[in-house]
Design a protein around this ligand. Structure first.
Ligand SMILES: [Zn+2]
Length: 187
């Protein structure tokens, strides 16, 4: 069942997620609802905070994207269709040594129609648990690495607008303020 997506500046978006400890039927159900919510909204990633839950849990699916990227999952390179959509619990991101910083225009389902360039390192390694609690190590770059970094930021209460250069952030400030006002009025 698709869930309602929380918009900026709902306070839950600033909450650090609690560690996922119970990999049970309820978690599977929540992850499935998050995947449906992400797909319905046309997004490539969704964090628990965005559906109103402060948890270290996000979902990612890049199958509809035509961007090119590299990946290695647990030392192999399985086809994307075999492991996406991904459920990522308790992720820890490490930036790959010597990774270049790239600039790319990001959007966010919690900021409808607002986009802006965000600098991020191009290559990362992330350790996480899947929906069954099984640990994995993923190395990835390009849009895949960027998407994971954006979602893991959410799990720590960090938003893409926080990472923008001052000039870029200033250029969308009116839209961001209007959105915050609209979100407050809806409560
Ligand atoms: Zn986002």
């Amino acid at each position: 069942m698709p869930l309602r997506i929380v918009h900026y500046n709902d306070p839950i978006l600033r909450a650090k997620g609690e560690k996922v400890t119970a990999f049970d039927a309820r978690l599977l159900h929540l992850a499935q609802d998050m995947i449906e919510t992400m797909h319905e909204a046309g997004g490539i990633g969704l964090a628990a905070q965005q559906i109103g839950r402060a948890l270290q849990l996000c979902v990612v699916d890049l199958r509809e994207s035509d961007a090119s990227y590299n990946w290695q999952l647990d030392g192999a390179r399985p086809p994307v269709d075999l492991f996406m959509p991904m459920v990522i619990a308790n992720p820890q991101v490490t930036v790959t040594k010597g990774a270049a910083e790239t600039l790319f225009e990001e959007g966010c389902l919690s900021f409808p129609d607002i986009r802006g360039d965000v600098p991020r390192p191009d290559a990362i390694e992330v350790t996480f648990q899947d929906q069954h609690g099984v640990p994995h190590t993923l190395k990835c770059d390009g849009l895949f690495g960027r998407c994971i970094q954006h979602e893991v930021d959410h799990l720590n209460g960090v938003l893409f607008i926080d990472r923008m250069a001052k000039k870029v952030r200033a250029s969308i400030d009116d839209a961001v303020k209007a959105l915050a006002k609209e979100t407050k009025a809806r409560k």
